[in-house]
Design a binder for this molecule. Structure first.
Ligand SMILES: NC(=O)c1ccc[n+]([C@@H]2O[C@H](COP(=O)([O-])OP(=O)(O)OC[C@H]3O[C@@H](n4cnc5c(N)ncnc54)[C@H](O)[C@@H]3O)[C@@H](O)[C@H]2O)c1
Length: 333
């Protein structure tokens, strides 16, 4: 950390939709200085400089690595995440990476291994963990208020698909809606339940209302996980579904003494409520508004200000990547 302030100096690699959004969140938090922005698309760099006028404009990872930085934020197309994150970690920088950390568990593990060897802070934008609603649902479950959890149902249906062509290229995106949205759901289920072992996994992938072929990019996916606790988790996610609203997002956990539900309101991608359900009664835990989108990066920025050390908690996310691998591998057979 250099300069008049002791705030960490952070560079952004990829300032498209989410990169710009997270850059603004980190800048507003005051936890870090936005020292550089790099994107091969000059229009993106120009747009980012409007928001962060003191940042140095760049085009590539190599430029960022040659600059004086404490950490970089990777928000590029998914296929690039692992190599870029590993290069930055090996250069001694902290990394905050967009999900998915890799297109497979092996790719993601290369990144966590690099962070562990370099002893550098690695964060992943598992943004839904940071909603107040999911925090409360998890707290309720971990306090045992619902008793033993025996079932969970999670959905992330989207009436739209991504608006960038690279998302529909298997090599660049690593998969379709399961890689894009299912990553969040599998991670949320395991995180909420304290990362139990997953004993069985099965799933189905569809493309344009048919069973997906091995080279298709799925637009509807279901996954079933049987956990060591005996709980069954069922999840479904989609792009371009006839959902009757923009999005249908929920995570419900059923216990022997009650249930907890997180769900979006009025089809919104941003507004969520959480409730504690007992019999026919519903008790509100959290209502909107809740500005959750930038919390993961702000937490990373804050942690980086205190020390750039590896946090092994991140390795638990590999469990979610293993589940996705299993579904994709079974489908390819
Ligand atoms: N955490 C979340 O909830 C969440 C939400 C949205 C997107 N994402 C993830 O963020 C990533 C980016 O998604 P997006 O919607 O912002 O995509 P995007 O296409 O809008 O942005 C990607 C940016 O990366 C730039 N880029 C391409 N190649 C590059 C390179 N070699 N070096 C530097 N920059 C390069 C592009 O020019 C573009 O500006 C994806 O992996 C996506 O899965 C995560």
């Amino acid at each position: 950390m250099t300069g008049a302030s002791s705030r960490p100096r952070v560079g952004f690699l990829g300032v498209g939709w989410i990169g710009l959004n997270r850059m603004n969140a980190l800048a507003a938090s005051g936890h870090a200085e936005i020292a550089a922005v790099a994107d091969p698309n000059p229009d993106m760099v120009t747009a980012a400089l409007i928001e962060a006028p003191d940042a140095t404009p760049m085009t590539s990872l190599e430029d960022l690595l040659a600059f004086d930085l404490d950490g970089i934020v990777v928000a590029t197309p998914s296929a690039l995440h692992a190599d870029q994150a590993v290069a930055a970690l090996e250069a001694g920088l902290a990394v905050f990476c967009q999900k998915p950390l890799g297109r497979s568990e092996a790719e993601a593990r290369r990144v966590t291994d690099a962070a562990r060897s370099a002893d550098r802070l690695l964060g992943v934008d598992l943004s839904y963990r940071h909603t107040r609603g999911m925090e409360e649902v998890r707290r309720l479950i971990q306090s045992n208020a619902l008793g033993r959890i025996f079932a969970a149902d999670l959905t992330f249906h989207n009436a739209y698909g991504p608006d960038k062509p690279w998302f529909y290229d298997r090599k660049l995106a690593g998969g379709g809606c399961l890689m894009d949205l299912g990553t969040h759901l599998v991670d949320l289920a395991l995180w909420t339940l304290g990362f139990p072992e997953v004993e069985e996994v099965s799933g189905r992938l569809y493309a344009k209302a048919q069973t997906a072929g091995p080279n298709d990019v799925e637009d509807y996916a279901t996954v079933r996980m049987l956990l060591e606790t005996g709980a069954e988790v069922i999840l479904a996610c989609s792009w371009k579904l006839n959902a009757g609203q923009d999005a249908d997002i929920s995570a419900t956990f059923y216990g022997e003494n009650g249930a907890a539900r997180f769900r979006n309101i009025n089809g919104s991608f941003y507004d969520f409520q959480a409730e504690h359900l007992v019999g026919t009664e519903r008790r509100s835990l959290v209502e909107p508004p809740d500005l959750w989108g930038g919390r993961a990066i702000v937490e990373w920025g804050e942690q980086l200000g205190v020390g750039n050390k590896f946090d092994p908690q991140i390795e638990k996310h590999l469990r979610a990547m293993q589940v996705l691998d299993h579904v994709y591998r079974a489908h390819a057979r």
